[in-house]
Every structure is written in C-alpha cells, then in structure tokens.
Design a protein around this ligand. Sequence first.
Ligand code: NAD
Length: 474
Amino acid sequence: MTDLLLENEQARRIIKTLGLPIPVPERLARAKGPYEERPLEDKRVLVGGRGELHDVIAQTLTKAGANPWVVGETDSVLQPYLAPGEAWARPPTRMAPGDAPEGERIDAIVFDGTRLQSPDDLRELYDIIHPWVRRLNRSGRVIVIGRPAADAKKAGRAATRAGMEGFTRSVAKEIGGSGSTANSVFVEEGAEARLGSVLRFLLSRRSAFVSCQPFHITKLAKGEDAPDMQPLEGKVALVTGAARGIGEATAELMAAEGAHVVCLDRPADDGPCSEVARRIGGSVLLVDITDEDAPARIAGELREKFGGVDIVVHNAGVTRDKTLARMKPDAWEMAVDINLGAVVRITDRLLSEDLLRPGGRVICLSSVSGIAGNRGQTNYSASKAGIVGFVEALAPQLAKRGITVNAIAPGFIETRLTSAMPVAIREAARRLSAVAQGGKPEDVGQTITFLATPGAVGLTGQTVRVCGGALVGA
Ligand code: NAD
C-alpha cells in the first residue's frame, strides 16, 4: 500500500514548494540489519536530572557509542560517566543548566527523575528539557525515567511520579511531527540493571514507531545477563500468521537475530508461508489455529522436532467488522476464536506439556482498538482487550521460571488488514498519530523481537503499544 506523501518525493516537493497546508509526514529513520554493537554511534545524548540511575545510563550510552552531554552545575555530575566514558572512548561533556549554545543540536534527551519527590520537583523536567527540545534532530528521542507511582509510600510522591508520564506523552505529541518520539520508563527498586537494554532499544532506530508509552521495568521474572548481539542465537520461535504482514516481518527479524523460526499459517497459505520459511531458513507448520486438534498438533511438532520452544508469538488475527446491530454470529465467533480463544488454548497446551522452556517468551498481538474501543469492532475489541487481561494474569504465574508474557498493541500498520478499510477512514486513521503516518510491519516486528530477547526480562505482564503515539485511546 502506498502513502502518496511519504513514498513520492515529487509529491512532497510540490506540496512543500506550494506551501500547501497539508502536513507532510517526516519519514521515520529505521534500523537496517541485525542488532549492532554500537547502535548509537556518534549520537549526542543530553542527560539530566538528579536521579539515582546515572551509573547504568552512563554505561549504556557509552557502550552503545553515544557521546553523553551531562547537565549540571559542577564537574561532579560527570563522575558516573568518567570510567565508562574512558572504557568506550566516549568522554562526557558538561553542559551548564539552561545553557544550550547557539547552533548545537542533539539526537536524544535522557532525563533521570528517580529522585523527584514533590510536585515542585517536576519543574526539573521543564528546566532540563525546555532549552533543548527545539534542538532535537529529526527522528530524535526523549526518554524520561522514574520510579513506579504505585510503589510510592506517600500520595504526593506518587502524584509526582505519575506526572512524569503525562509530561512525556505530551512532549511526544509536540515532537512527533519531526519523526521524534518520547517514552517514559519506570524502574522498580532492585531492577536498575535491567534498564540498560530497554534504554538501548528506545534510543535506537528500532523503536521508530513506539511513542507516548510508559515502560515498567520490574524484577518479577528471573533472568541473567544478556548479549547485545545475536540475542536470539539458539532459540526456537513459533510465529503464527507468518505468511505475511506483521508475522512475516517478525519471523524475518527474529531469524536475523539467530532464532530458528517455525512459521505457522493456514494450509491455504502454504505458498507464501513456505516462501517466508525458505528465505529465513526456518520451518513451516500449516495449521488453522482454530481447528480442534490445533493445540495438540502444534505441541506435537515442537516436541518432536525441537524438544520444546523458547518464544511463542501469537500473531495470527483477523477483523470481521460490523456494528453490533448488524453483526452476524459467525463474524463474532470467527474474530473472537482466532484472536483470543485459540491463543488461550494453544498456550495452555504448551504449558501443560511443559514445552515452554525456562527463560521463555510469550508475546501476543492485541490492538489499540482493544484498548480504546472502535466503532464496528465489538468482536475484535473484545478479543484484543481479552489479550491484555490474559498477559496480565499469566505473567506472574510464569515469572519464577524466567518466562515473560507481554502483549503488543499496534496502532495503524500498513498491512492487508488495514488495506481492507474504506479509503476515507484509512487516510484519516493512518495520520491520527503523533508521527502523522502509519507504521510498517517491521516496526511491530522490532518491538516483538526486542521483547523476545533475554535483555527484556524486566518487562512482563505489559501491553506495549506500537502506534506512533496514536491520538485515540492514549
Ligand atoms: P494480516 O492479515 O496481514 O496477516 C495475518 C495472518 O494471520 C495471515 O497470514 C493469515 O493467514 C493468518 N491467520 C489468520 N487466521 C488464521 C488461522 N485461523 N490460523 C492460522 N493463521 C491464521 O494481518 P496483520 O496486519 O499482519 O496483523 C497481525 C496481527 O496484528 C493480528 O493479530 C492483528 O489483529 C494485529 N493488529 C494489526 C494491526 C494493523 O494495523 N495491521 C493493528 C492492530 C493489531
């Protein structure tokens, strides 16, 4: 599917030359190829805030190749950045508060607000980010880090922590026009070491369509140190609905990180599914997931060929839209059974046969429609909201074995599913986000792949929206 303004340089030029008031969405900078050692090579990252996490921030930034610019009154703020800066040849630079020298630009801002206590302290967000927000390069990043509001002992402190999320969501909507994103990260006490890989992902080009989101890092699931490169080496991943769209992109990205991917789709999709599997060196499994014997067949295949499975991506899904008054029972049945019923039955079977290995990952596709509701999608929204409840309930049950369970809620993604929408609704829907455009299947695939990595162990029971900061249901 094409978006005239995004895909056609000539159209963009003519519109710009004529000064027409049609917003031209900024093309998002996206990552190419597998995970690299230094995804932030030569990026200038402004770091500020009187927080507790500067050690892990310093280590993450310098190791990833970024140049830290640290905001503070005296050189003492550079302390956490000196040793890692030397180790990775990225010495820090100090910036005086409020000083944003003329002509200087930055690629990202990281604000550590883990010590903010009272509503007055929120002013620090303003003081650090305000002078620089206009100097953020295209496809820039703003990351605001705090402690979870729910863990605060005093209501005022909880309010302050929660305020950081609201601030970040609004910043995201102000900077989205230049393809930039803003997200907040709340780190539970004791889970500090788990911040690194989340920060690395959010600052990288792999998170191009993730904006306005809060991430909650916990110590709930057991986990070990994780490699930055080829993080899925030796893992077996099952991806349902892998013949096209988000499933195809996910299968490709996971294979590029070292996973063996079992590509599952309906028997009628043998052609495209086998083509994907051949291209990525994976296997094919042709099953309709709603068939009565589907859970047994899937479990049998994974047991016999691989002795188990490490990553399960429940991606297969359909829409059967009609307003409730006009909806036929089979449209209800089909959407709810494919999108939710089959997910629950297959997961139950894999768990009851103990096929999901320790350190495993379950990632289910929800939808922004499941969170916000959508006219004509009562069946779809019920199924996708059901997914949110499913991952929330399952995550604590599996955490002891180091297994995480999360959902992804895509916004408008350019696939067969959205190409089936009426033109006018589609044109409006694809632009109703902070970055004013639809996402690509690879954007969702990148977030799924990240959640599948060992480094994402701090994230479980969550629903991560990949929606470019959708303006609905935010
Ligand atoms: P798609 O239609 O391009 O691909 C879905 C795949 O699932 C197809 O290959 C299809 O054959 C397979 N599938 C459907 N029913 C199946 C069954 N019974 N058994 C086995 N395979 C089956 O869709 P997509 O846009 O890539 O969506 C993937 C997932 O993301 C879905 O769960 C969808 O609800 C969700 N999602 C998509 C969007 C979007 O904007 N595209 C937005 C929100 C959520």
